[in-house]
Design a protein around this ligand. Structure first.
Ligand code: KIV
Length: 272
């Protein structure tokens, strides 16, 4: 197995993501929501850390990403930023903080940047949020767009099934991707769409396309807890598990319980 180590320790910027696409270097991206995990994946060499609103599901145990608040996203963003030296850190704008109007959108984005010190924000949607996108960009805040399966719209979609399989939805996605690039977005996340459509978007756009369940792209993103195998209940086809931390943690905790119950812990060397 060859281990990729970044050729230098230079901070990843949105400009460097575009350069990476130009020279054909794939972009690696994972979520993180806290100091410890962010520090581990940054040291491992990840290019982009997404403080995703999936924290609503993964950390807070909500069924959807909708309930997480701006204050909570800022809390996670600040925790991650304290640990990260190299990766580009992107904070998701939570549901309800940018869809209403562009004035509220720019105020929410400014709060994220001012209070977390993150590098970039991510938001979901195309034409319907374009005014907000433009206003945030004009405030000097870089944006990563998110199209395809956009979990903040789950109540409209009704299911987490693959999006844009039909021609009409695929056409709108392609148009939205162009609108976001023309507005000045730095990259796009495409979630759960046919691989063929991802390839077309990637070929037509200059900015990098980062896929999740979207086939080959300029980069890939996964939810950290899912790829580490911490969550046994979520097994979509696109998820590759790189560890079985659920089993490792369960066994460690069971060994600890056993040692405490049998008075094997602490031993003489583990006390003062
Ligand atoms: O919130 C999140 O984790 C995301 C990824 C699934 C892309 O938006």
């Amino acid at each position: 197995m060859s281990v990729h180590t970044p050729e230098d320790g230079r901070k990843v910027t949105t400009f460097r993501l575009i350069e990476m696409k130009q020279r054909g270097e794939k972009i690696s991206m994972l979520t993180a929501y806290d100091y410890t995990m962010a520090g581990i994946i940054d040291c491992a060499g990840i290019d982009v850390i997404l403080v995703g609103d999936s924290a609503s599901n993964v950390i807070a145990g909500n069924v959807t990403s909708l309930p997480i608040t701006l204050d909570q996203m800022i809390y996670h963003g600040k925790s991650v930023m304290k640990a990260v030296k190299r990766a580009l850190v992107v904070v998701d704008m939570p549901f309800g903080t940018y869809q209403g109007n562009s004035k509220e959108a720019v105020a929410s984005a400014i709060r994220i940047m001012k209070e977390t010190h993150a590098d970039c924000i991510k938001l979901e949607g195309g034409a319907e949020v374009l005014e907000s996108v433009k206003r945030i960009l004009s405030a000097g805040i870089p944006i990563i767009g998110h199209l395809g399966l956009t979990p903040q719209s789950i109540n409209k979609f009704g299911t987490y099934a693959v999006r844009a399989k039909e021609e009409e939805e695929a056409k709108k996605l392609l148009e939205d991707a162009h609108l976001l690039e023309e507005a000045g977005c730095s990259a796009l996340v495409l979630e759960k769409i046919p691989a063929k459509l991802t390839a077309q978007v990637s070929a037509e756009l200059r900015i990098p396309i980062i896929g999740i369940g979207a086939g080959a792209a300029d980069g890939q993103v996964l939810v950290l807890h899912d790829m580490l195998g911490m969550n046994q209940d979520f097994s979509p086809r696109f998820l590759r598990r790189y560890a079985d931390l659920n089993a490792v943690m369960t066994s460690a905790v069971q060994n600890y319980i056993e040692d405490v119950k049998n008075s094997y812990f602490p031993n003489e060397n583990e006390q003062y």
